[in-house]
Ligand binder design. Structure first.
Ligand code: AMP
Length: 414
């Protein structure tokens, strides 16, 4: 039987389009160029996406909060690349009535206004470092993209280096993406050219339902544009702030997805190093998406000594300036579990940063008095928050832990 997972893989393998199929002459404008650029693959993608379409937001009585799936504008197939490609384990496909058109919202002209005022041209070595174009990138070239290939939609947010917009490709099938802009001169000012490049290179090669896809990227004189999977339900951090904390069942489902994604990342020798709620997004079905690779390292076999990441999530070995490996992410998973349930990280000390360091180094783990936690989750957190990285419970065992199994039975059968 074809599973959504296998379709995800097929879509991933197809890429959005490939350079090999680039037309020789692209005389009639960018959208025409786009439409012709990969006929065969696009037909296949259309077929797959039509069969395994985006979930129907109107199937439940309450529309998804913060979702852009409000008013269908026409009957054409408009898909969130993300939702169709990542709704891996739920059986949406065969039961959804018809493909649901997605409204990308109203564009506020922000990219142009911003571009008039913001950023400068970058020259020399830095310019070369930031001349990023997935159509010419080594292993997985995609087709050549420009801003004209997209219909602009609503603003999704503002990042440190530029805005993020919901967009739709002009060519069929109409993919919905998040287009993130990064101003080159600001990247250079912050001296993070290498980090950004690394983030892009890492993310581009990752394919997992709980890891935000980077479909492609391109640049102009002042900006880099990242074509990201659209995370329909936005930031997880916002939901956590709004609710204060999550239930055990909801937390357990997220931690399962995190552990699964981390097993995948570690298998590719990618250590994330900056796991925290602010770096997690939610897909259209509420599935978790690891979305920020700014601090991740591609470290086949070597142990790193740089201090980075967020203080509350730092493991003892990093606080103590020792070498570290992928088990820093095991620790962070323990901190994340605690924060989901309690609403604050376990070693937080608002009075002083040094106290936080001290509490981490001593593994001064205290359970909240005002919130009853199950003995199972306390067991899991304690096993992840071990001072000695080697003593931390392996991620494969996390997936089999009673607290995870209890709330993720459907995944096991899937
Ligand atoms: P960032 O530059 O990644 O911090 O993004 C700024 C804001 O844009 C985030 O806080 C999100 O609200 C939104 N955003 C970024 N990426 C996406 C995405 N792939 N899907 C939906 N919203 C996003």
């Amino acid at each position: 039987m074809t599973t959504i997972g296998s379709v995800t893989r097929q879509i991933a393998a197809l890429e959005i389009s490939s350079k090999q199929n680039k037309p020789a002459a692209a005389a009639s404008g960018s959208s025409l160029r786009a439409a012709h650029s990969k006929q065969t693959s696009q037909e296949k993608v259309t077929k797959l996406l039509t069969k395994f379409s985006a979930p129907n937001p109107f199937s439940s009585s309450k529309p998804a909060q913060g979702s852009s799936l409000r008013h269908p504008t026409n009957a054409t197939n408009q898909h969130a690349a993300s939702s169709s490609a990542s709704s891996s384990k739920s059986n949406l496909a065969t039961k959804s009535p018809a493909p649901v058109p997605l409204d990308i919202g109203t564009y506020d002209g922000g990219l142009e206004t911003e571009n008039e005022k913001r950023g400068e041209k970058v020259y020399g070595e830095a310019a070369e470092e930031l001349a990023l174009d997935s159509s010419v990138s080594g292993k997985n070239p995609t087709r050549e993209w420009t801003l004209h290939d997209f219909e602009m939609g609503r603003p999704l947010g503002k990042g440190k280096f530029g805005r993020v917009y919901m967009v739709r490709t002009k060519s069929e099938p109409k993919y919905i993406l998040a287009l993130k802009t990064l101003y080159k001169s600001e990247i250079v000012q912050s001296k993070v050219e290498k980090q950004i490049r690394r983030e892009i290179e890492i993310q581009q090669n990752l394919r997992h339902p709980n890891v935000l896809r980077l479909y492609g990227y391109f640049h102009d004189e002042k900006r880099i544009f990242l074509m990201l999977e659209f995370a329909g339900k936005g930031e997880l951090y916002k939901q956590l702030s709004k609710r204060g904390s999550f239930s055990e069942s909801r937390s357990s489902r997220y931690i399962y997805q995190m552990a699964d994604a981390l097993i995948y990342l570690h298998g590719k020798h990618v250590i994330h190093r900056d796991i925290k709620p602010e770096n997690l997004l939610l897909g259209i079905n509420g599935e978790l998406k690891i979305g920020d690779f700014g601090w991740s390292v591609h470290a086949p076999g070597n142990r790193r000594m740089t201090l980075c990441g967020t203080l509350d999530y730092l493991p003892p070995e990093m606080v103590e300036g020792k070498a570290h490996n992928e088990r820093v992410d095991y620790w962070a998973l323990g901190v994340l579990t605690y924060e989901f349930l309690v609403g604050a990280p376990p070693f937080e000390d608002r009075s002083s940063v040094n106290n936080t360091y001290r509490r981490i180094a001593k593994v001064d783990l205290r359970w909240p008095r005002d919130r009853e936690l199950s003995s199972e989750v306390k067991d899991l957190i304690s096993r992840l928050l071990q001072h000695d990285p080697q003593s931390r419970i392996p991620l494969t065992e996390v997936l089999r832990h009673p607290w995870i199994v209890k709330y993720n039975k459907h995944r096991e059968s899937a």
